[in-house]
Each structure stands twice: as C-alpha cells, then as structure tokens.
Design a protein around this ligand. Sequence first.
Ligand SMILES: Cc1cc2nc3c(=O)[nH]c(=O)nc-3n(C[C@H](O)[C@H](O)[C@H](O)COP(=O)(O)OP(=O)(O)OC[C@H]3O[C@@H](n4cnc5c(N)ncnc54)[C@H](O)[C@@H]3O)c2cc1C
Length: 304
Amino acid sequence: MTTVSTDLLVIGKGPAGISASLYAVRGGLSVLVVSRDAGLLWKDAAVGNYFGFPGPVSGRQLLEDSWANTARLGVSFLDAEATGIAPETDGSFLVSTTAGPVRCLALVIATGQARKAPRIEGLDALTGRGVAFCTLCDAYFHRGKPVAVLGDGAFALHEARELAAIASSVTLLANGRTPSEAYLDEARSRGWPVDLRPIRRLEGQDTLTGVSFDSGDSLPLSGLFIAEGMAGSLSFAVSLGLETEGGALKVDRRGATAQPGIFGAGDCVGGILQLSVAVGEGAAAGISALEYVRRAKKAHGHPD
Ligand SMILES: Cc1cc2nc3c(=O)[nH]c(=O)nc-3n(C[C@H](O)[C@H](O)[C@H](O)COP(=O)(O)OP(=O)(O)OC[C@H]3O[C@@H](n4cnc5c(N)ncnc54)[C@H](O)[C@@H]3O)c2cc1C
C-alpha cells in the first residue's frame, strides 16, 4: 500500500478531533482525519447543554455540519482504524491504519474513551501476569511460547502480526463472536487458528497458564493479548511510552503529551467528558500542533 503524507494527522472525527483540525487547516496545514466511526455524539438524540442554540440540538446534526465545514476548508477524511504509531528518526511519525500507512509531522489523538476490557473471570487478577493489552510492551516476554489474541477486528489482526514474529504459536480467540470473512481469510492465510468458542475463565494462580472454554476444554498459553474493539489512546500511549493517568492519556493545558509532536484532546484525556470540553481541548491541541509543525518546517528549511 502506498504511504499517504500529511502535515497533521488527527485520529478521531468526534468534537475534539474536528475542533483540532479546524484550527490546523485554517493555519495552513494539510490535515487528514482518520476515524473508524462517528463517535459517541452520533448515538445521542439531543444535546441540551451546548452553547449557541435556543433549544436541544441533534448530536448527529452537529457532527454532520462540523464535518461539512472542515471538508469545505480542505480537511481530508479517511474511514479507517489507526492501529499503531511509530516515531521515525527524522522526527515524523508513521501511523498504521487499516487503509494503509500515513506519514505525518504531528498527531492529535482524539479517540474518545478508552476501550473496555472484556468481563472474563480471572482477567483482573492476571492482568500484568500474562494478560496484556499491548504487544509492543509485552510480546517480548513470550518469546518462543504459545500466545493468543482476544478480539475479532483489525486491531486484533495487527496485534497477531506483531506476535507472530516472536511467539511459537498465535491463536485468535473470538469468545463466542463471529468475525468477518476478511478476518478469517487473513487468519487462514497466515496459519493462525481461530477459536470461536466462548471463554469461561482464565486459568492460573500467580501467572496465566491458559484459558478454559464453556465446552470444558482448555488451551495452554503463556500470554493472552486483549485486542477487543480498536486501538485507543491507552494502547497508543503505552506503546509510545507516554504517561497515562486513571486510564487517560496525560496532556498539559495546551494538549501536549511528553512526546514532541503528539497531542491529545477530548474524552481520551479524561477530566469532564462533555462536548464543550472536548471542543475546547481540541482547539488547544490543534493550535499547539499548528505551532509545532510550523517550527518543525522552519527547522528543516521548508517555506511556511
Ligand atoms: C448517549 C450519550 C449522550 C451524550 N450527551 C451529551 C450531552 O448532551 N452533552 C454533552 O456535552 N456531552 C454529551 N455526551 C458526551 C459527548 O458525546 C462526548 O464527551 C464527546 O463526544 C467526546 O468527544 P471526543 O471527540 O473526545 O470523542 P468521540 O466523540 O467519542 O470521538 C472519538 C472518535 O475517535 C475515533 N477513534 C477511536 N479510536 C480510533 C482508532 N483506533 N482509529 C480511528 N479512529 C478511532 C472514533 O471512531 C470517533 O470518530 C454524551 C455521550 C453519550 C454516549
């Protein structure tokens, strides 16, 4: 797949991501917004506490109008899931997405609330003891050993690819769900067994030893990687060594993380999980990203 290049990549087209992209594009940056879906506000029928309206306003209408406005200003949109972020030696970032890689000078992470862990007996007790949420951090501990990935989407396949280079075997666990044909095709082509059976519990006292299924059988494992839903701010943060606090990406008042060039805004940075806050934080992150890219371009002798 060809690599797309942009000044700023925004992950998420909810209020925070769109607000960030508005400031960046009006400041002259090329901006690409990658998103898997419309985000939380799409689920909401009426928003009654947002500035500027005489009565409740439809969340969907707000989103659609905002997308139209940013597109009019020149922001590009990509319907895809971002699965990983890798810093490059020249200071740029290579972001893997289900539609191909994107290279950017700066990033705003506006992925909404972190994905939830599945409710399986033994999961809490064995997290950090064989159960992990990030291959970049923990795959190393399972060199030459059998591992499994729990999930049924693009992020699960991404994690399986990372593990396949290290582990002795990779099994995909769907926990009673039915993955898409594309998912099953990739698993088949790479020789990864897909186990569809519902999981009853995770086995092990101090460390994970395997999973047992409702059918009564068990699968011995050294590691279980949880990759349900999509990669969110937490998995990006952990893989980049960024600080998190209470399950949220840690940023300063201007939306900056500790990694130069990476900014965060909205529900994924915690605090008050509201539309008006997400819009304000998006503005701060967008302005910070704009200033950062201008400085980076100047340092490399690019015209403004
Ligand atoms: C039912 C409901 C009602 C609500 N009502 C109100 C209200 O009345 N007033 C109010 O102020 N707030 C309300 N909220 C809260 C408000 O919707 C959120 O605070 C706001 O949407 C947060 O915006 P955000 O941009 O941070 O995240 P979101 O709107 O959740 O957007 C996140 C975006 O990130 C994308 N994304 C995530 N991970 C990835 C990935 N790996 N790759 C690509 N894209 C990714 C998603 O697809 C989405 O586009 C409500 C929330 C809900 C659920």
